[in-house]
Ligand binder design. Structure first.
Ligand code: HEC
Length: 128
């Protein structure tokens, strides 16, 4: 009578250990999901000059102007098929020719801050 019970307890403990381990690994591999409120604070100091407070952009420096994140056509562009990957790459590596800073590569922003900014930019796209 004791044995099936023990097996069940062992199974549950193993499952729990796997879940905890899995969560730990996932967190080590990628930063946690972005916090838009934290992103907003960074955006207000580092990004508004070129992207405008409402994200409508249109500021041209040396190449492409900043995109208008309020325009659904911008998001429909195939280069943004996976918008988070596209934005992460741009914030990490910049678009030097156009004047967009390589925030991540130059160490000016940490991976978590980049995720926070991506989350905030999504809220700009939604706001009318
Ligand atoms: C000095 C001006 C400038 C500043 C400051 C700046 N950007 Fe940019 N950014 C640009 C320009 C110009 C582009 C367009 C690049 C291109 O398409 O070639 C761009 C493009 C982007 C893109 C790609 C967007 C898209 O959908 O095409 C993202 C994401 C982005 N910027 C995020 C940020 C964030 C986040 C900050 C603040 C940490 C920031 N930028 C600060 C000039 C700037």
């Amino acid at each position: 009578m004791l044995q099936p019970l023990n097996f069940r307890a062992l199974g549950a403990a193993t499952l729990l250990a796997l879940v905890v381990l899995g969560a730990g690994l996932a967190q080590a591999a990628a930063p946690a999901k972005g916090n838009p409120a934290a992103g907003k604070t960074i955006f207000a100091t580092k990004c508004v000059a070129c992207h405008k407070a409402d994200g409508s952009g249109g500021v041209k420096l040396t190449g492409n102007p900043t995109p208008n994140w309020k325009d659904p056509k911008v998001w429909a562009d195939p280069v943004r098929k996976n918008p988070d990957v596209f934005m992460r790459d741009c914030i990490q590596n910049g678009k030097i020719k156009s004047g967009m800073v390589a925030w991540g590569k130059t160490g000016q922003l940490k991976p978590q801050q980049i995720e926070d900014l991506i989350a905030y930019i999504h809220t700009l796209a939604k706001k009318k």
